[in-house]
Design a protein around this ligand. Structure first.
Ligand code: AMP
Ligand code: MG
Length: 411
């Protein structure tokens, strides 16, 4: 761990964190529960898509070579979407057909119903017809054995219909962590309580709970602790039963910053304290380990609770959550990619960082332009509320207006 005056780099911190945490055991869940979970194995197509040659239109299945403009074809039957009626089309014939219906044998094209005139049991075709038209061929979208979802990939809304098309009802995904949040500070009051001079409402409880929900953490216990050792120890003991414990505030160097000492006293291994990042320097990371047994007193195991101490200023808590806690949670859930989405954009104004740490500037990315929002100080909530992304400006760097930068997007 860095000495009180030292800081480790963000990259080092992230690497240590991601290496320390373990992917939780996988579980089998239904597709309807799987949105935003991460696949715990590779999935391959077991059915081609489409599964059989079928019509892309409502119309008539025909033999292309027997269609003459304004020539007549006899309609010999109809084939709706559903069971294959095993109809056979020959030259001079047509089968009335509907979107998704299996292609009758002998047919090699579909004529749209808009291009046909019906005369009782006959039709005349008003266009030229080419073989293959409006037919969806078996396997043209997906072939059997093709990779459809890789281990560690996020299951998105658009992944689910593909899995469903394979007849899958369940999917194996990475485990889902539980978390506890302790918001520390004698100055903090809950909404509904009357503020006395010097007091403020607690912003971080709701912030961290929301960010955890975004990561799809299954349950979060949120509590407040005043800045006294006993209350803090008790709250930490409750919180350490989870996979993740986030303590907000009290990780800096003041006499009322008790978190590090409490964690130590309770047996935590503290691996990181102070990271070169602005805002968020006093960030802390460590873990508790305890041996476990099952309900019959057997099956010895190890419970690990990873602890993140985030600075109390809400913007610092926000930045350090996204830069360090989120990657850890994603790894626990089995994700391979732990990065925020990045978009290239032009700066609307110049940005300078004359501090000794990379500065995460909050701002709004809109139509390819990034504009900082509000005050860039760690307590400044309004600017954060207007922002949707960060630009990371390294120490000593000056970026000019119109310069191209990477914006990390969180929405
Ligand atoms: P600390 O990290 O405990 O030294 O707190 C740094 C600053 O963040 C102080 O101005 C605190 O009042 C403020 N702060 C701490 N926790 C919260 C919170 N939960 N909501 C809003 N502000 C907070
Ligand atoms: Mg405090």
């Amino acid at each position: 761990m860095a000495s009180p005056t030292e800081m480790i780099s963000e990259d080092e911190a992230r690497t240590q964190i991601v290496h320390a945490v373990r992917t939780l055991p996988s579980r089998r869940i239904t597709l309807s529960q799987a949105l935003d979970c991460f696949a715990a194995q590779d999935y391959f197509a077991r059915l081609p898509l489409p599964g059989f040659n079928n019509s892309a239109m409502d119309g008539y299945a025909v033999v292309a070579s027997s269609c003459k403009r304004d020539g007549r074809l006899r309609v010999i039957g109809d084939q709706p979407a559903g069971p294959d009626r095993k109809l056979r089309v020959s030259g001079g014939e047509a089968v009335r057909i509907f979107t998704g219906a299996p292609l009758p044998e002998g047919a090699d094209a579909i004529v749209m119903q808009e291009d046909v005139t019906r005369h009782g049991t006959d039709i005349s075709v008003n266009v030229d017809v080419e073989a293959g038209e409006f037919i969806r061929r078996r396997g043209c979208d997906l072939t059997e054995g093709q990779l459809i979802l890789a281990r560690g990939e996020r299951i998105r809304a658009a992944t689910l219909p593909l899995l469903a098309s394979q007849g899958l009802a369940n999917v194996n995904v990475g485990g889902q962590p539980t978390a506890a949040v302790i918001s520390t500070g004698d100055e903090l009051m809950k909404s509904g309580e009357k503020l006395q001079p010097g007091q403020i409402y607690d912003s971080n409880s709701v912030l961290l709970n929301a960010l955890l929900q975004r990561c799809r953490v299954s349950e979060t216990a949120v509590e407040h602790s005043p800045d006294d050792r006993q209350s803090l120890n008790d709250a930490i003991k409750r919180g350490m039963k989870n996979h993740v414990l986030i303590v907000s505030g009290g990780v800096s160097v003041g006499e009322h910053d008790l978190v590090k000492e409490s964690l130590r006293e309770l047996g935590a291994k503290i691996e990181i304290w102070r990271v070169a990042v602005k805002p968020g320097k006093p960030f802390l990371f460590g873990w508790f380990e305890s041996e476990t047994v099952d309900s019959k007193g057997q099956m010895p195991g190890l419970h690990q609770c990873f602890v993140f101490g985030l600075p109390g200023n809400p913007v610092s808590a926000f930045v350090t959550f996204l830069q360090f806690v989120r990657p850890a949670i994603l790894r626990m859930m089995g994700a391979t990619n732990h990065d925020l989405r990045q978009v290239r954009a032009k700066l609307a104004v110049g940005l300078t960082n004359d501090s000794d740490r990379p500065h995460y500037i909050r701002g709004r990315l809109e139509r390819g332009k990034f504009m900082p929002t509000g005050r860039q100080e760690s307590h400044a909530l309004f600017g954060l509320s207007q922002a949707n992304g960060f630009v990371r400006v390294v120490a000593g760097q000056s970026l000019k207006a119109e310069e191209l930068v990477d914006v990390q997007i969180w929405e």
